[in-house]
Design a protein around this ligand. Structure first.
Ligand SMILES: NC(=O)c1ccc[n+]([C@@H]2O[C@H](COP(=O)([O-])OP(=O)(O)OC[C@H]3O[C@@H](n4cnc5c(N)ncnc54)[C@H](OP(=O)(O)O)[C@@H]3O)[C@@H](O)[C@H]2O)c1
Length: 317
């Protein structure tokens, strides 16, 4: 079957490590796994990390990339894939598709049956394919970790990204006052269109916020600390611009800040997110939809950094 996979690692030029070509049909590691026909997937920064060699070992190559999928199960049902699978031997006890088990950027993918959720009525496959990784991460950052119900104002850093646009759209839909930084004037304009107040990175906000959504890391972390109200939650799920920021600990204890790490979310949280999007008519922010036949272009677009929202891959064209 046709698939997009890491054939080697290249830290400097991850696109050079990407191969699109034939791979063996999925094998089922256990009785409760099934094979899906993938109809839509989306890219995540995770796929670029994998091509750089972060989180994968050479002996795991070739590894089919892709964490997100909507597909058709063996009974013909349209399903959304929860991408976190139990993985004995991994120190986390779990892994995300494409870390140990082949990923979703393929014609077909094997997943445990218990990881399949029904595609809600009214939600297009290409929209739902954005939700299981980036949007789920943003949902958990806001709800379970950030306790956003108790918040009035939220700051989202690096707001052009997949997780960040999700956090902006969700926090606006929850009725919060949302501030978002982006380096790019055109992206700031589009963020404002989502209902947030867009500012340049590092800009002083008109008020301190109760929740900060951090996926950028070193480039923005000091601003996150300075923007936080007493008792605020700074929730971290990524570090695109560096994972070793200087942290002013005086500010952390004097302002009684909580710095919380998180990764992905639970099946119950994905169910909650799907219901929220379907009922509240919230739709993912989609940068572009690229046919699977031109999947290399999707990678190039994500790698350019010039994205606003999710890069989706349509496997039916
Ligand atoms: N832990 C998890 O479960 C989980 C899940 C999903 C993602 N992540 C992580 O979260 C991060 C974002 O993922 P994504 O898929 O949303 O990535 P993405 O779509 O590629 O977005 C990255 C964004 O970061 C901002 N950025 C990058 N370099 C920056 C810099 N030097 N200064 C300021 N901003 C910068 C950019 O925003 P602007 O251009 O608007 O400034 C960019 O749009 C990644 O590190 C990823 O690994 C973690």
């Amino acid at each position: 079957m046709r698939a997009a996979f890491a054939s080697r690692f290249d830290d400097a030029d991850p696109l050079a490590a990407l191969t699109v070509g034939e791979q063996p049909e999925p094998s089922l590691p256990d009785d409760d796994w099934v094979t899906l026909r993938v109809t839509a997937s989306s890219l995540n920064h995770h796929d670029l990390w994998s091509l750089r060699g972060v989180g994968l070992r050479a002996e795991q190559l070739p590894m089919i990339l892709g964490c997100d999928a909507v597909g058709v199960d063996p009974e013909g049902n349209e399903v959304v894939v929860y991408p976190v699978v139990p993985t004995p031997g991994d120190p986390r006890g779990m892994s995300i598709l494409s870390e140990h088990f082949p990923g979703t950027l393929a014609e077909r993918v094997a997943v445990p049956r218990s990881n399949l959720l029904p595609l809600p009525a009214g939600l297009a496959a290409t929209d739902a394919a954005c939700l299981p990784t980036a949007w789920l991460t943003a949902w958990r950052m806001l709800t379970t970790k950030g306790r956003v119900d108790d918040a009035e104002a939220v700051l989202v850093q690096g707001a052009g990204g997949g997780v960040a646009t999700a956090a902006v759209a969700l926090a606006v839909a929850m009725g919060k006052r949302v501030y978002a930084t982006s380096r790019d004037a055109a992206k700031r304009e589009r963020i404002a269109g989502l209902g947030a107040t867009a500012v340049e990175p590092g800009a002083r906000l008109p008020e301190r916020v109760d929740v900060v959504i951090e996926t950028v890391g070193a480039a923005t972390f000091d601003h996150s600390l300075k923007s936080a109200a007493p008792g605020a939650r700074i929730v971290v799920s990524g570090a695109t611009a560096g994972h070793e920021p200087a942290v002013n600990l005086r500010r952390v204890f004097a302002m009684q800040l909580e710095i919380l790490g998180t990764s992905m979310g639970t099946p119950a949280e994905l169910t909650g997110l799907l219901a929220f999007c379907a009922e509240r008519k919230v739709r993912p922010v989609v940068d572009s939809v690229v046919p699977f036949s031109r999947v290399e272009e999707a990678f190039a677009r994500l790698h350019s950094g010039d994205v606003f929202g999710k890069v989706v891959v349509d496997h039916t064209s």
